[in-house]
Design a protein around this ligand. Structure first.
Ligand code: GLN
Length: 536
């Protein structure tokens, strides 16, 4: 039978609950346990796929094509787990399923209520994830902050879990903030006390408190938190800000958080000191030999979370190449007006990520032209590939008004909708989603960086390269180096007369890990380092 850890957050949002959950997954996995990680999101959307990145940040796509919360990205990067549609639940999904069962008559004669019907549906979904993953330990992160109205059903379901499964099988961790007040010169525990008080009102008594803090907690402060919050002193774990998020598992390990959890569950596991992780990831991330600057030309650039996996994948490629990757975030709209040479000064690589809608497109195209002409390493992702195709059509093939039909009606629809997409009416969950096989052409740059000819990569888009233009593009020097064989769709394009110009219709960033950088990203950073060394 699986054991369950519920992770809640208190005081404020953005404390890094996802990273804490992923780090707990890491330290338990390193002890030889099979873990699964889940995120429960309190919003009413069925999934984040229909939300603007400004609202939600990145939408993380799983292998099976679920559009999910970006915390699932942390789970996959920190651990060896593979998430699926079973790992992310939203209030919208829960109500959807309960209401459709009610319409079918499954609850005939009854009044449908939050308790027990909604909470039962939540518990079923958590147990389903345990069943599908066959995990020893299921780590369930509850979105939002304790005290929010909308997360109450999830908290209530997690309270019931201990009653249903037995106290020895369920563990509660609360992540909280212990702020440092400069004027008083001390850290304050009151917000934590209140937050734990609110949890206790709901019936949840945390077994561990993880305290996010700028200053290290003294013994006295830990004792105070322990006393007022009714948590053993050794279970008050401090989590200071770190230079690299990949240090967090080591911080928890040092405070024997894994032992505290295992002893509650009465599990005896193999020893692990996480030295491999420390050597291969942390030490390399903290002490790189080189430094290189990469421009990310995005349209949601102000928001740190909008390109989370891309930034992480760049970091991983830095770790691989022994380099610190400085990311220069450039708003593509501003690039339309400003002098590109100035804005891209000192940049050794240009990455154009995914996105939707016409806003900012011309700036992206301008940056791509700049990288093509100046032979600056370029990596285009999804919309980034579509823009590279438009740029090539306009400026090399001389199709001056070429465009994607997503943006404008055009005589030269080099990017267009497939028939199967054009017929669709619903917008939620209907894009080309999840992993598809891609066949890579021999003797291509893609073949060289991947070192193999068949790969699976994850997708999230509606529009595709228009095969009518294949011949013209090839004639003009674009290499169509990756194809989805089942649908004959172009997945990778590259340029011959360029050291590293490659653009992909899929999202390689979702499969990059700190100790296993994605080849397209590690090749990109390697090329950027070479470009930098040439002193251009
Ligand atoms: N808007 C484009 C499409 O739907 C690209 C999507 C993306 O970059 N994820 O095809």
């Amino acid at each position: 039978m699986s054991k369950y850890i519920f992770i809640t957050g208190g005081v404020i949002s953005s404390l890094g609950k996802g990273i804490a959950s992923a780090s707990i997954g890491k330290i338990l996995e390193s002890r030889g346990l099979k873990v699964a990680l889940m995120k429960l999101d309190p919003y009413i959307n069925v999934d984040p796929g229909t939300m603007n990145p400004y609202q939600h940040g990145e939408v993380y796509v799983t292998e099976d094509g679920a559009e999910t919360d970006l915390d699932l990205g942390h789970y996959e990067r920190f651990t060896n787990t593979l998430s699926s549609k079973f790992n992310n639940i939203t209030t919208g999904q829960i109500y959807n399923s309960v209401i459709s069962r009610e319409r079918k008559g499954d609850y005939l004669g009854k009044t449908i209520q939050v308790i027990p019907h909604i909470t039962d549906a939540i518990k079923e979904r958590i147990k389903k994830c345990a069943e599908v993953s066959k995990a020893d330990i299921v780590i369930v992160e509850i979105g939002g902050t304790v005290g929010d109205i909308e997360s109450l059903p999830f908290l209530e379901a997690s309270r019931q879990f201990r009653l249903d499964m037995g106290a020895e099988n369920v563990f509660y961790i609360h992540l909280t903030l212990v702020p440092y007040i400069k004027a008083a010169g001390e850290v304050k525990t009151k917000p934590t006390q209140h937050s734990v008080g609110t949890l206790r009102e709901i019936g949840i008594i945390p077994d561990v408190l993880i305290c996010r803090t700028e200053k290290s907690l003294t013994d006295n402060v830990k004792e105070k938190i322990s006393l007022f919050c009714n948590v053993r002193k050794e279970a008050v774990i401090e989590s200071p800000d770190m230079d690299s998020i990949y240090q967090v598992p080591l911080v928890f390990k040092k405070q024997i958080l894994d032992e505290i959890i295992l002893s509650h569950f009465k599990l005896i596991c193999k020893f692990s000191d996480l030295k491999d992780w420390e050597r291969a990831v942390v030490n390399r991330a903290l002490n790189p030999k080189h430094k290189v600057t990469i421009a990310v030309i995005g349209k949601y650039i102000e928001l740190q979370d909008a390109y989370k996996s891309i930034y992480e994948a760049l970091n991983h490629a830095g770790i691989y190449n022994d380099a610190r990757v400085e990311i220069k975030r450039i708003d593509s709209e501003s690039l339309e007006k400003d002098k590109i040479e100035q804005m891209l000064k000192g940049v050794s690589g240009i990455l154009v990520p995914g996105g939707f809608g016409y806003r900012g497109i011309e700036g992206k195209i301008k940056a791509i032209k700049f990288s093509r002409l100046n032979k600056i390493p370029f990596l285009g992702i999804c919309l980034g590939m579509q823009c590279a195709v438009i740029e090539f059509a306009r400026n090399v093939c001389n199709l001056k008004t070429a465009n994607s039909t997503e943006f404008k009606p055009t005589k030269y629809p080099v990017i267009s909708l497939l028939q199967e997409q054009a017929k669709l009416k619903d917008l939620g969950g209907t894009m080309r989603l999840g992993a598809y096989l891609c066949k890579i052409r021999k003797n291509s740059l893609a073949g060289q960086v991947y070192g193999k000819s068949l790969v699976y990569e994850r997708h999230r888009h509606r529009y595709e390269f228009n095969n009518k233009f294949k011949k013209l593009f090839e004639k003009n020097g674009m290499v169509l180096s990756g194809v989805c064989p089942r649908k004959d769709l172009i997945e990778i394009v590259e340029l011959k007369a360029h050291p590293y110009f490659i653009a992909v219709q899929f999202h390689p960033e979702f499969k990059s890990k700190p100790d296993k950088a994605h080849p397209l990203f590690s090749g990109f950073i390697q090329a950027a380092l070479q470009f930098q060394a040439l002193g251009k």
